[in-house]
Design a protein. Structure first.
Length: 200
């Protein structure tokens, strides 16, 4: 996989801060509902491209490229991760799980490294061990519980136990969703993503 280090906008080169911690911080900002869309875009551009991002003549193009970079070259809605289906992991809450899982599978802790490219981190994260027998890393064991289909469990006590466990894990490790958003907020978000050419 090609690992980009620079982007080019209107014949101007911008170096990307490619360390995985920066990408995870961008993901955190993208999921922070207390920040407006414009400020969110500015913050992500600044984290990835530094002071030079403020002089960019086409900041919309820059955030569009930033989204594509954070999504590993794939055009997709927002910055959501692909490691879970029903729930969205909050990476800032999962640092301990990530450390343990990487040590279990790869014998290294990414947070102890001075530098690790976002694409390398993502690839290792996506390929962590999985097993139906439970012989896998702790992160994927938790994801497996979160994604368990409780409608297929016949025993009512067992079903309730799994539902309660899912709620606890979701509270501890997942992104907190806004319970309700106003029509105005929804239209504003749609307009923002549409301006970037991202389908919602």
């Amino acid at each position: 996989m090609n690992k980009p280090k620079y982007i080019k906008i209107e014949n101007e080169l911008y170096e990307i801060n490619t360390d995985f911690r920066i990408a995870l911080r961008c993901n955190e900002i993208a999921n922070d509902n207390t920040i407006g869309d414009y400020e969110r875009a500015l913050a992500i551009n600044y984290l990835l491209f530094g002071d030079k991002s403020f002089s960019c003549k086409n900041p919309n193009k820059m955030i569009e490229i930033a989204v594509r970079y954070l999504s590993l070259g794939k055009q997709k809605k927002g910055f959501k991760n692909d490691f879970d289906n029903k729930f969205e992991l909050d990476f800032s809450k999962c640092i301990g799980l990530i450390k343990s899982s990487f040590k279990y599978d790869y014998k290294y802790d990414p947070y102890e490294l001075e530098y690790l490219h976002w694409y390398d981190f993502y690839n290792d994260l996506e390929n962590l061990s999985t097993s139906e027998l439970g012989n896998c890393c702790i992160l994927n064991r938790i994801i497996s519980i979160l994604n368990q289909d409780t409608s297929k469990i016949k025993d009512s006590k067992e079903k309730q136990k799994i539902i309660e466990t899912q709620k606890q894990l979701q509270e501890k490790y997942c992104v907190k969703k806004e319970k309700k958003i106003t029509k105005e907020q929804e239209e504003s978000a749609k307009a923002f993503y549409k301006s970037l050419g991202i389908k919602v």
